[in-house]
Write a protein that binds this ligand. Sequence first.
Ligand code: SF4
Ligand code: SF4
Length: 602
Amino acid sequence: MAEGNWRNRGKVLLGNEAIAWGLVEAGATVLTSYPGTPASEILATAQKIKEDEGLNIHAEWAINEKVAFEIALTNSWLGGRSAVMMKQVGLNVALDPLTSAAYTGVKGGFVIIAADDPGPYSSQTEQDSRFLAFFAKIPVFDPANPKEAKEMVKKAYELSERFQLPVMLRPTSWVCHARQGVELGDIKQWEREIHFQRDPTHWAAPPRLRFKLHGELNSKIREIASFNEITPVMVPKKAEIAILSSGVPFAQTYDVIRSLGLEDELAFYKIDMPFPLGSKIQKIAKSYSAILVLEETYPLIELQLISRERVKGRLNGTIPSEGELTAEILAHTILKLLGRKTPKTLPKPSEGSPPRLCPGCPHRAAFWAIKKALPKGIYPSDIGCYTLGINLGAVDTFLCMGASVAQAEGFYLSFKRAGMEIPSICATIGDSTFFHAGIPPLIDSVHQGACFILMILDNAVTAMTGGQATPASSSLVKEIKIEDVVKGCGVEFMRVVDPFDIPSTIAAIKEADHFSRLERRGVAVLISRYPCPLYFRKSLVKRKVIQITDRCTGCMRCVEKFECPALEKGKDDMPVILSTLCQGCGTCFYVCPKGAIEIMEK
Ligand code: SF4
Ligand code: SF4
């Protein structure tokens, strides 16, 4: 067992760090993930603990969430404890093994951590992963703070092993990224003996046996529901209305009730495991004239309550059907329910300034070149920092991981079927996203004879989620070359370009467009390769010194259309270059229509 000087000491941790400690202390030996906010720090922390404590743990950034799920699950089938972590939309990618694993069950404890993003702040959807636990029929814990998240990891393993079932922990952004003092315990570096026990009735069950397994799963869920507890937090005798809550809304509601001084008027209960609910919770719900359910983001507890006529929440419009339950919304809802005066308008959170690509970002240069080369093109894009190419007019669509390639194929096939002129189509996808979900649609596109340009924006890192390595950039394990993958998909046109060499990049895009659109010879792939300046500072440090000359007319095209944070409107409404931010990439040289931005000799 590894020992360290952290032992039995409290430490202020981020929620995701607390979860990582919970996993390691619980003896998990295989941990897998795909980066995605708000979940990314869980595996990163586990990797650090592994390194610091010299633990024998396999902690892997997998190529996507489905693969991550299947690797971790397999260790549980061998009897080891495992966990897979992802953001909520990642669980969509892993839904196939999730639903099946609920039927097959597990041997060693298996915990799925799906971090949700009510709001949403950094996601395409604000979907509720607890619903996918409900859909797959597995129990789900909903922590209200980092400390609870850590404790629930332990409970999840105990439940998983007792019922031989995957168990989900669903933290939301405010748990993942909140800080709290957490007690650290012993690290159980269990050397459990793992063993593959052949059991075709579970691990390889044919369809008819799956029916039996479904029955077993239902029995497990019924039994778990029978002991699922509800915690009374405030139960004044005269209360006729009760609030049932879980997760972050519980913590918020607690504060709101106290700040409004309503402790003697409302009953307040906490639910740790929102699925499966059992008779104890139903009984409490029946004993009040009205039940207000406060949960994020979908009405999971609400839907399971049998006394429907008394239940108020998202379904009957008592609270909004979408978005976070902020303190303002909660106060408004609770006061209204009690027949009290409520403020006429709810304060609106400040919008903040819109996100932009960083100074010296190679994606900005690539997008500028695309717009220059194909001004009338259609630009499907994908999930990553480069969605911000929308501000430069070089992104028309993004849907989900890998969709840029399939949508480029879709655009081509639809225009072709309609007998219309086919426009230039230039899809963009990041290196990590290409590995995650871009390869199957590229194979399909080549196979179907679709004709478009695919630009792979290779900045050697998964930048948006904290700088995780991609299969092409990790030096710890075997590197996979993007060029080899592209060739292996059957692509016949491929060029690697330096996006900061704008004239050459424009020429390559035009050549690719000629190949794909005019000659109709298939998909043309361009790899726009330059390391992210945020993670590889040395690669960009002051390549060029830039100055704005007196030819500048103050049109502000460089500030407004180009959006480099190092270019700002200064005194006298004239642009200035902020030397502390400027990376010297030189891209703005190409932007000024007056030729007023010059590159100086160093
Ligand atoms: S685009 Fe050129 S002319 Fe216009 S403000 Fe910028 S530097 Fe001046
Ligand atoms: S050189 Fe121009 S585009 Fe590049 S970081 Fe500096 S101001 Fe921005």
